[in-house]
Ligand binder design. Structure first.
Ligand code: HEC
Ligand code: HEC
Length: 284
């Protein structure tokens, strides 16, 4: 823990253990005794030595929390996946169509989607998240209303789509037309926010493995999003997580679905390139 972090942490009277860093554990993640997930990988070139290994947040949780993610019957996030599966097959909107009418079996058509999103979209001329693509289908192809960002049905659907890529390795593109969006996300990642003057990197790059408020700091990876959190007992979107993290620095924050968070999601996803998809992961 560096000095800046220490002074900041004591300033807000967070309980800091005097023990040294407890690193990630060496457990192996296999879901349903079937899906092997890569939870430690070589850092992408763009990380340029900032991390010597990229590590899933799963390694920083205790054994009980880890176990819940390893079995779909125990994983409460799978209830959201099931809800979305029902939605997938239900016709909605003025066109009288369901997702399945066009996309068929989600296990086939949505496999690999999470691993490459957020992604630059030619037609839209911007980077789009999975939730944005779903809303595009709803408003432009179904004649249905857009879902609110990171809320109930949108998050369930994102989790269901993400779950079709479990075990595949994250591989978002950051070159070509995606580059300026990625650069913007990177800038946000390293900007110090709030009264505490902390950036994402202050916690998730420089202090992962350390304890903060009895919480074991991870690298803040998104390979498991949407994530079921035991703390609020629901599926949480990446943007809502970013918002919570920025709020913890006592800063004004961006909104889920904002351009800033879309760019940040792309950048954070690229820091996890190589990690296996865990959606819906389980965290505290
Ligand atoms: C009328 C047909 C139609 C319906 C209904 C429809 N979609 Fe789509 N969807 C498409 C087409 C066509 C594309 C490709 C368009 C593009 O990428 O520009 C697409 C793209 C997508 C993508 C991006 C996939 C990728 O590989 O990048 C997702 C995710 C998606 N749809 C989800 C849904 C969901 C969820 C629903 C139901 C809520 C739905 N769609 C309903 C036609 C449809
Ligand atoms: C004051 C320290 C702090 C800062 C600054 C911070 N976070 Fe976090 N973040 C946490 C803690 C604590 C957790 C929960 C434990 C963990 O997974 O690290 C967390 C969790 C996360 C997770 C969930 C990881 C998982 O495996 O589910 C993501 C993603 C994340 N943060 C991203 C960010 C981003 C992006 C920023 C910058 C906008 C940021 N955080 C800033 C402390 C911080």
């Amino acid at each position: 823990m560096n000095f800046k972090m220490l002074s900041v942490v004591s300033a807000v009277a967070l309980a800091m253990p005097t023990l040294g860093a407890a690193g990630p554990d060496d457990d192996t993640l296999i879901i349903n005794e079937e899906i092997e997930v890569v939870t430690k990988a070589e850092p992408a070139e763009h990380l340029d030595g900032a991390l010597y290994e990229v590590i899933s947040g799963w390694h920083f949780r205790n054994d009980d929390t880890q176990a819940i993610e390893m079995d779909d019957f125990d994983n409460p996030g799978m209830l959201g996946v099931e809800n979305a599966m029902a939605t997938w097959n239900t016709a909605e909107g003025s066109a009288g169509k369901s997702c399945a009418d066009c996309h068929g079996d989600a296990a086939e058509s949505m496999k690999g989607v999470k691993a490459t999103y957020p992604k630059y979209d030619e037609k839209a001329g911007t980077v789009m998240t999975v939730q944005m693509k779903v809303n595009e289908c709803r408003t432009e192809r179904m004649g249905a209303e857009a879902w609110k960002y990171d809320a109930g049905p949108a998050i369930d659907m994102e989790a269901m789509i993400g779950s079709q890529s479990r075990g595949m390795q994250m591989n978002v593109a950051i070159d070509g037309p995606a580059k300026p969006f990625w650069e913007k996300g990177k800038e946000i990642y390293y900007t110090r926010y709030g009264q505490l003057e902390l950036s994402c990197a202050s916690c998730h790059e420089q202090n992962y493995g350390n304890m903060i408020r009895a919480d074991h700091l991870s690298q803040g990876q998104t390979n498991g999003f949407p994530t079921y959190r035991l703390k609020n007992a629901k599926l949480n979107g990446a943007h809502s997580r970013f918002k919570g993290c920025i709020r913890d620095t006592r800063a004004e924050t961006f909104s889920p679905g904002s351009d800033e968070f879309i760019a940040l999601e792309l950048y954070v996803a690229s820091r996890g390139n190589g990690l296996g998809v865990e959606t819906p992961s389980v965290r505290n």
